[in-house]
Design a protein around this ligand. Structure first.
Ligand code: IDP
Ligand code: MG
Length: 139
């Protein structure tokens, strides 16, 4: 059965562009409840750990540079079928391929600076949520 939680980050380009409010409104309008939220800036060590799964990919260095370039907003979101429904709401990784009306289509600048993160599985949603919000029992 699909889980009820996912994890997101509003990425540095979208924070810098002034899109936090519009993106949170879309998230709420799509039926997600915000369970935890924090604005923070990732250190290099944080970004390398969060994206460790991508460390062999050619864009890893660029990804870490970008994700540490400014503040992000991390949040745990709750809704039925949260992971899949949130991936639909944010759209494809490459904004040029993202569907009309998706958050990436509206706000992403490039495949790297693509405005928002969404967990890709229930297991990763739990790991990623705990990465930021492990001081309290949430799962
Ligand atoms: P996802 O965020 O849609 O799940 P992933 O393939 O997991 O996409 O990649 C993680 C992040 O790495 C992307 O959101 C994007 O910021 C960055 N990224 C992915 N592919 C590329 C690329 O080809 N060039 C530069 N950055 C990339
Ligand atoms: Mg991914």
């Amino acid at each position: 059965m699909a889980g009820t939680k996912t994890f997101t980050m509003i990425k540095p380009d979208a924070v810098e562009g002034g899109h936090i409010g519009a993106i949170l409104a879309k998230i709420n309008e799509a039926g997600f409840r915000i369970e935890a939220m924090q604005m923070t800036q990732l250190s290099r060590k944080d970004a390398e750990a969060f994206y460790a799964i991508h460390k062999e990919r050619p864009f890893f260095g660029e990804l870490v540079e970008y994700m540490t370039s400014g503040p992000i907003v991390a949040a745990i979101l709750e809704k039925d079928n949260a992971v899949a429904d949130f991936r639909t709401l944010i759209g494809a990784t490459n904004p040029e391929e993202a569907a009309e009306g998706t958050i990436r289509k509206l706000y992403a600048k490039s495949i790297a600076a693509n405005a928002i993160h969404g967990s890709d599985s229930d297991e990763n949603a739990q790991i990623e949520g705990n990465f930021f919000f492990a001081t309290r029992e949430r799962y």
